[in-house]
Design a protein around this ligand. Structure first.
Ligand SMILES: Nc1ncnc2c1ncn2[C@@H]1O[C@H](COP(=O)(O)OP(=O)(O)OP(=O)(O)O)[C@@H](O)[C@H]1O
Ligand SMILES: [Mg+2]
Length: 239
């Protein structure tokens, strides 16, 4: 009988330092963390504690100095650099604070990008992009460029782009911090309802205590370490 592994991300003893001149910054100091398939894990902690560095290692953008990081069955260190880009493009979706949409492309074109990168034929890519935009409530704005959309709408486009290729992992770095409270809640509602299907894991980096209750678990980071992990409904960190 096959044993089902419900772990999406597994980090063991991750360390990462940055060297600038004579200074060494130890951004990650021995991180052990598991993210379960189907869960929304929030990563919180003070500015500079290593959150972005950790998600960069988890997504294979940065190489750790020591320790191990796996995404489902794949150990990043087993992949050559070129294959990492391909693997990331296939299996990971990203949402950023600043949306990072391509200004000259329409909403539909922006959302189609991950599919085109994955060699989905153009016609199918645009059909799927439009269907995804319908799901995030932007079926009427398919042909608008980002500057014609509000911040909340641009973040919806970014969410559609992060999900359209059905990645195994979605990583969001401060997805609500540029948005007012109501729009931030809409964005989290969407991420939670559309994002966690099919065993997909979500990691959301945030300072925004107004959205802590959307998490299944909250991992607090402090000075390069995970200092505690709590179930969000058990309290302690949430509001
Ligand atoms: N490319 C780099 N070169 C040098 N130092 C870096 C680099 N990237 C990050 N650092 C340092 O590593 C530490 C962790 O940075 P990181 O960006 O991971 O923090 P963070 O928790 O995401 O902070 P914030 O909440 O402000 O985004 C900081 O001291 C930062 O200055
Ligand atoms: Mg950061």
């Amino acid at each position: 009988m096959q044993v089902q592994d419900h772990t999406a991300v597994r980090c063991r003893g991750l360390s990462k330092s940055f060297h600038t001149g004579d200074t060494v910054i130890r951004a990650l100091r021995g991180i052990d963390l598991e993210v379960r398939a189907g869960e929304l894990l929030m990563l919180v902690g003070p500015s500079g504690c290593g959150k972005t560095t950790l998600i960069s290692v988890i997504t294979g953008i940065l190489n750790q100095d020591s320790g191990e990081c796996r995404l489902f069955d794949q150990k990043w260190s087993d992949l050559p650099e070129g294959a990492k880009t391909f693997y990331r493009g296939r299996h990971i979706g990203f949402v950023f604070q600043a949306f990072n949409l391509i200004p000259a492309l329409s909403a539909a074109e922006n959302v189609a990008v991950p599919l085109l990168i994955n060699r989905v034929p153009r016609r199918e890519a645009f059909q799927r992009a439009c269907a995804m935009l319908e799901r995030v409530g932007l079926g009427m704005r398919l042909h608008d460029v980002p500057s014609q959309l509000s911040g909340g709408q641009q973040q919806r486009v970014a969410i559609a782009r992060a999900l359209v290729h059905e990645p195994k992992l979605v990583v969001c770095d401060e997805p609500t911090s540029a948005l007012d409270a109501d729009i931030g809640r809409d964005v989290m509602d969407l991420l939670r309802s559309l994002g966690r299907t099919g065993g997909r894991a979500l990691i959301v980096v945030t300072h925004d205590s107004r959205i802590f209750h959307y998490a299944d678990r909250i991992a607090r980071m402090d000075d390069g370490r995970i200092s505690e992990i709590v179930d969000s409904n058990v309290g302690g960190l949430g509001s």
